[in-house]
Design a protein around this ligand. Structure first.
Ligand SMILES: [Zn+2]
Length: 451
């Protein structure tokens, strides 16, 4: 028909009436076609919006939906705009490792001349895991006052600043400093650490210690494509060293309940999800203490999404809680050590927390979470000490671990030595084998770990 029409149209007015009729018919056909296209487009668009709004509204409460109060109070046009974007959920992968406890044996591993230091070897076996994550968090237990202040170890640690350089090189982007060792070298040590980060790695997000009230008041929020996750970091204490009156803001303390509730509420205003990392609990026990449980209750009440604890220097369980209204919270009580030169075999075993958080439309949730046990491969010598994922560790490596030559029996009076955990293997040093590491992880982590 189209070629017939062309011929007639180009046929220079042989039959004008017939031609006009043809033009009219053709025009009507075009208009009808355009109308149909428009109607189809409008229908698809409306359906998509409907679907998006429905999925956002009917998200089961048990999946950990957390609307920040900012979102709850925004007008409906904001909601619609967000909802139309649900085709592309945003995912944030979080990874975190535990205590960087820099004893002499650890800082000596980074030098041959006590002048130049490098600690890239500490992270060499977990680089892929760091790279896979968006939020890459490390608990820097000791201050980084550097060699000029004089390096030191237990009980008043001061570590090389090259430890921080290695953390940056490995890919970490969030450094936690609220620990009981934050004031080991007084306010000078703390300020030197803050200044090191600000001067040498200004892009790094350093939490928990501050050199001004202004910085201490600011809540850290990680953002990826509009998905915002806040992180708060506190310590239970500073080993009896009083907070200097001249700088009451210098360490974030897990003390004043009202202040912490207020911080969490502010964080929820600013972000879709909130992670709290408390430095808490009792050293060398493998379960949550009543102190940890009390704070956990407060965190749940306030609607925290994830808690990742540090300090006990050993692994503690991972637990999931659901508030009465369905709000879900995951708690890692303790990730143990990432690296140390401690001398009891359970302290060689730590954990790497891994979580996948998803924001879809107006709602954000914990998609999945896991813990990967880690083993400090303690050896003495240049660049020898390092940490492996337990899944990569071998019995051959375990038999080389210098921990086997340490204290033959667990001597720590606070250590429960398996009394409270059925099946926890004996802590005798010669027991340190791959099998011990696996059994120990299983005894503490239960269903969270399989081998
Ligand atoms: Zn600690």
């Amino acid at each position: 028909m189209s070629s017939e029409f062309s011929q007639k149209y180009l046929g220079k007015g042989k039959n004008t009436k017939k031609r006009n009729k043809m033009i009219l018919t053709f025009t009507l056909l075009i208009i009808s076609f355009l109308c149909m296209c428009f109607l189809c487009f409008a229908f698809i668009y409306t359906e998509n919006n409907k679907k998006a709004i429905t999925s956002s509204a009917t998200q089961p409460a048990s999946s950990g939906v957390t609307l920040s109060s900012q979102e709850e109070t925004t007008d409906s046009s904001y909601g619609l705009k967000e909802a139309s974007n649900t085709d592309s959920p945003v995912t944030i992968n979080v990874m975190m490792i535990g205590d960087m406890l820099i004893h002499r044996g650890v800082y000596r591993s980074g030098t041959t001349d006590n002048v130049n230091y490098n600690f890239d070897h500490l992270f060499a076996n977990i680089l892929d895991d760091i790279e896979e994550a968006d939020m890459r968090i490390v608990n820097q237990e000791t201050i980084l006052g550097g060699t000029e202040m004089g390096l030191d170890e237990y009980p008043n640690f001061n570590s090389p600043q090259e430890i921080g350089d290695a953390e940056v090189e490995a890919g970490f982007n969030i450094i936690l400093h609220a620990t009981n060792h934050a004031l080991d070298k007084g306010l000078t040590g703390l300020n030197t650490t803050v200044s090191y980060w600000k001067t040498n790695h200004p892009e790094m997000s350093v939490l928990g210690i501050y050199d001004s009230q202004e910085d201490a008041d600011e809540i850290y929020v990680y953002e990826k494509e509009g998905f915002k996750v806040a992180v708060l970091n506190y310590t239970y204490g500073t080993n009896g060293i009083p907070i200097p009156q001249s700088a009451p803001y210098c360490v974030n303390m897990l003390e004043d309940e009202e202040k912490i509730r207020d911080d969490i509420r502010r964080a929820k205003q600013l972000a879709d999800m909130v992670i709290v990392s408390p430095h808490w609990g009792s050293e060398y026990v493998y379960y949550a203490t009543s102190y940890q449980k009390e704070w956990t209750e407060l965190f749940l009440e306030e609607g925290v999404d994830v808690v990742i604890g540090t300090h006990p220097h050993v692994l503690e369980p991972v637990e999931e809680f659901t508030r009465e209204d369905g709000h879900r919270m995951v708690v890692y009580y303790s990730l143990g050590n990432f690296v140390s030169n401690q001398d009891e075999i359970p302290r060689m075993i730590g954990g790497m927390a891994k979580l996948t958080l998803v924001k879809e439309g107006n709602s954000a949730r914990i998609e999945s979470y896991s813990i990967e046990p880690l083993v400090t491969h303690k050896l003495f010598g240049y660049k020898l000490i390092t940490t492996y994922k337990l899944s990569d560790y071998t019995n051959e490596l375990a038999l080389q671990n210098a921990i086997r030559r340490d204290t033959p029996q667990c001597t720590d009076s606070r250590c429960v030595c398996g009394a409270d955990i059925t099946g926890l293997p004996s802590h005798s040093a010669s027991n340190f084998t791959l099998d011990f590491c696996q059994q120990f992880s299983k005894a503490v982590l239960g269903d969270m770990y399989d081998y």
